[in-house]
Write a protein that binds this ligand. Sequence first.
Ligand SMILES: Cc1cc2nc3c(=O)[nH]c(=O)nc-3n(C[C@H](O)[C@H](O)[C@H](O)COP(=O)(O)O)c2cc1C
Length: 318
Amino acid sequence: MTDTINEQLLDPTEFRRALGAFVTGVTVVTTIQPDGSPRGFTANSFTSVSLDPPLVLVCIAKTASSHAVFSTTDHFAVSVLADAQKAVSGVFASKSPDKFSQVDWHARVTGAPLMSGAAASFDCKTHDVVDAGDHIILIGRVVDFTHTTSSPLGYCRGAYVNFGLSQEALAAAGSRARVGAILELDDGLVFLETANGLELPAGIRLEPSNDPNSLRGVLATLGLDAHLDFLFAVFEGGGGQGAGVNVYYRGRVASDGLALPSARIRVVPLAQIPWSEIRNDAVRSMLERYVRERSEDAFGIYVGDSAAGKVQSLVPSH
Ligand SMILES: Cc1cc2nc3c(=O)[nH]c(=O)nc-3n(C[C@H](O)[C@H](O)[C@H](O)COP(=O)(O)O)c2cc1C
């Protein structure tokens, strides 16, 4: 009875958003199919399970085209991607028929493909397959593993996170900087209408909020109650005001976070960004990357609407 009541209260979109707050790494899960060809997909549902015996798990959507292969395989491998491997994640999250020709890979003990350059890898014999709602839980017994000093790629709220970037930003402190924010509000991005076209909110330093030249100060002046989650990009130049370091955070404004809505603010749906109005080339290409990565959103791609049986996505894939 209680279960029925709770399920009726669950809003699927909000549920997906809540799950997206859990920061994960990104893995590629692979195996060799019965015909001898390699098969793989991107997964952030990887979890360590047991040390003795050494067990790990990954959840696979029943709607994934490789679901049948993984539900019957007797071995598989998990590669934990390094922060330079976003493109690898993109390849294995796609429906490309030749995923393996686009990456460097090798095999070790079980023969399942391992991504070269990964932060870590686990070669497994299948220990158990558990049916769980619209997913299966594939549990592996680790027979071999590797790890390196590479920074792992992170994932949170439908976008990648580069943990290593914080160090770069720190190193850049003290030089001329432009500190900006890519802010989502509902399913749109927050822009400012300026004489130079659309710009992202930015300042010359991050804080404090009583400094009108800092990013926090600019956001406060605009009446935006923003939460900055992670650093998204750090790059040199391209600021329009000569050389300098650009540091861009990604974050969110709560739907009710527009305290004193400013006429300068324009919220544009992710799928309808008027690219020609963004005059700064470096910012435009950073945003193109943001939208592309956002379109690979794990929960947008593979969590189907079980009632309608259709795959949902915030923005079309490229
Ligand atoms: C960051 C990220 C994490 C993902 N995590 C999972 C996951 O844990 N389980 C899953 O079934 N699909 C996950 N997906 C979606 C699959 O990678 C995607 O549906 C892929 O197309 C499946 O490959 P296939 O169609 O060849 O089976 C994730 C996608 C991304 C971008």
